[in-house]
Design a protein around this ligand. Structure first.
Ligand SMILES: [Zn+2]
Length: 124
């Protein structure tokens, strides 16, 4: 077994991840509400945004932007939840690829990371 993180350190990361999770859930809820609003606006005018008109083009762009934001927030949320799961399972702070302990400084910067610096570099 590689070194284990102190319980107080784990608790600190759990709190940070929890806060990040709440923040992401709020962001996602907001994006979903906005999308619903855009969709309703669209339905009431009974046509899809036509990208060939300036108005339709910017609406389509707007929706695309929101969607990619939601995807990013969703990806991040999945990583945060996975990290919380690893805290629960007692594998948090260990690289999932090589099994080495991830330096606390790296966890401080990226609490939801699951790779050590070496493996993250090879990943790219
Ligand atoms: Zn590694």
């Amino acid at each position: 077994m590689a070194r284990d993180l102190a319980k107080s350190t784990l608790d600190r990361f759990r709190r940070r991840l929890d806060a990040e999770r709440q923040r992401l859930l709020a962001v996602i809820a907001e994006i979903e509400a906005e999308q619903e609003e855009i969709r309703l606006t669209e339905t009431s005018s009974e046509r899809s945004p036509d990208p060939n008109t300036a108005e339709g083009g910017s609406l389509a762009f707007e929706m695309e932007k929101e969607l990619s934001l939601a995807r990013n927030a969703g990806d991040l949320l999945a990583q945060v939840e996975e990290a919380l799961g690893r805290i629960g399972a007692g594998t948090y702070g260990r690289c999932i690829q090589c099994g080495k302990a991830i330096p606390v400084a790296r966890l401080e910067a990226l609490p939801y990371t699951r790779l050590c610096v070496g493996c993250a570099a090879n990943h790219r």
